[in-house]
Design a binder for this molecule. Structure first.
Ligand code: BG6
Length: 463
């Protein structure tokens, strides 16, 4: 049987520097905004003292153990590994003129290791972190100066890795700033809407400048944006619900519209006016924004509903979005609603809207795993989740959607972003570490490891 998945489909997994690397002050790295959030991306800012705990300080020690981990990814047949560069390893305070050579050398070693197995790196420039120095000194993305610091960083890594890395992403889940301003744009949580949208605007300009720099510097390079694909459905077919759903979907599609179409969408004018939001957008900014991404990437974990009926508006915090639960769907242990068909729907929505290739760069199930007495981990729930979602990716490809690849979230257990937990596991590879930081950090193949290896080997035919 021929596969629905294209021949060169990029199968793999996705991680992020601050959730796996550890070594949070090694080799000249500066503190990042993530280091100030030991309780996760919604947690309070905590001043750091060198040597104190925080689960992310060691994380899964990928900084030292990457050769073993990359070998395990290769054993599953990965074609691609998504990770991020910790900006504060390259520019420890963010505003230096000269990069930190030891930080650059680490990623050389990592990319060389991946090249040994023919694994393509897909590299996020900023995954929920920036040098803390920029937040402290400049108010993060509140300052226009941060655009220049980011551009310098982007140009530095494009030059350095232009023969090693072909696929790039600018900002992870760029729409997240609306829900976690410190994580997204380095602003205090109580910032006004105008302040948040101004910082977002600076980040969008910086993203476009990175796209331009990538096109100039990296031969054959391709660069995408990265959206949190929190697709929303109307709870009922009441026209008011439908309209409100469209409005709320535009809250996140706005980012994709700017990054893929090169200008602010018309609907934002009314949104800014009705919410009394003032944003300074210069002519030079408008010119810069015209440089659009080559492909659209996104994360997908769940869908949610919208209602205008106040009595039913019992929203739960699920991932980042206050979504109304869908009565037709089951939930994960963390209350994230499981909706494989939603992934097919979302792929079609994005392809209809942008007509650009799509890359699913995060999808997965966070669950508690049980280590059996014989050392096995039988994670059938994870296999079922991923299998059901991948079947829908195949359907979307059959619908005509151009999908470049699929990198499941957390192919190896890592520290969760929302609450900095180890017990919320996503991996095909188990890591011996608990929420308190106890454990040997030893790696172990789960049942899903062999399942994913077969999926990749058969190019999706085993689904
Ligand atoms: C996405 C992030 O929001 O979801 C990842 O890009 C994150 O960094 C993932 O880990 C899953 O969320 P959590 O909170 O379960 O780790």
């Amino acid at each position: 049987m021929s596969s629905k998945f294209p021949e060169h489909f990029l199968w793999g997994g996705a991680v992020a520097a601050n959730q796996v690397e550890g070594a949070y002050l090694s080799d000249g790295k500066g503190l990042s905004t993530s280091d100030l959030q030991p309780q996760g991306i919604f947690g309070a800012l905590t001043p750091r003292v060198a040597g104190d705990s925080g689960i992310k300080d060691v994380a899964i020690d990928f900084y030292h153990r990457y050769p073993q981990d990359v070998a395990l990814f290769a054993e599953m047949g990965f074609k691609c590994l998504r990770t991020s560069i910790a900006w504060a390893r390259i520019f420890p305070q963010g505003d230096e003129e000269v990069p930190n050579e030891a930080g650059l050398a680490f990623y050389d070693r990592l990319f060389d290791e991946m090249a040994k197995y023919g694994i393509q790196p897909l590299i996020t420039l900023s995954h929920y972190e920036m040098p803390y120095g920029l937040a402290q000194k400049y108010g993060g993305w509140a300052s226009r100066k941060t655009i220049g610091f980011f551009e310098r960083y982007a140009r530095t890594v494009f030059e350095r890795y232009k023969h090693k890395v072909k696929y790039w992403l600018t900002f992870n889940e760029i729409n997240m700033s609306l829900h976690a301003p410190f994580t997204g744009v380095g602003l205090p949580e109580d910032s006004s809407k105008s302040e948040i949208y101004q910082a977002i605007h600076h980040q969008l300009v910086a993203s476009a400048k990175a796209v331009k720099a990538c096109h100039e510097i990296v031969p054959g390079g391709q660069i995408g944006n990265m959206l949190l694909g929190g697709i929303l459905y109307p709870l009922t077919c009441k026209p008011e619900d439908l309209l409100e759903t469209q409005r709320q979907n535009r809250d996140w599609l706005f980012f994709g519209d700017v990054q893929a179409r090169g200008a602010y969408p018309a609907y934002m004018r009314r949104f800014f006016r009705e919410n009394d939001i003032q944003v300074e957008i210069t002519h030079a900014d408008q010119q810069a924004l015209r440089e659009t991404v080559d492909f659209i990437s996104f994360s997908y974990y769940m869908s949610g509903c919208v209602t205008t009926d106040k009595a039913q508006n019992n929203t739960e915090r699920a991932n980042i979005l206050n979504m109304v639960p869908n009565p037709h769907l089951a939930s994960s242990e963390w209350g994230w609603q499981i909706d494989p068909i939603g992934l097919r729907y979302l792929l079609n929505v994005l392809y209809d809207r942008y007509q650009k290739p799509l890359f699913i760069v995060e999808n997965g199930l966070g669950a508690k795993d049980r280590l059996e007495a014989d050392g096995s981990i039988n994670d059938d729930y994870r296999i079922n989740y991923l299998n059901d979602h991948l079947v829908q990716v195949g359907e979307a490809i059959d619908d005509g959607v151009e999908v470049m690849g699929y990198t499941s979230w957390g192919p190896i257990d890592l520290v969760s972003a929302s609450k900095a937990e180890m017990s919320k596991r996503y991996g095909f590879i188990y890591v011996d570490r608990d929420d308190a930081g106890n454990g040997s950090l030893e790696r172990r193949r789960k049942k899903s490891f062999y399942w994913y290896r077969d999926v990749i080997r058969s190019n999706g035919n085993s689904l």
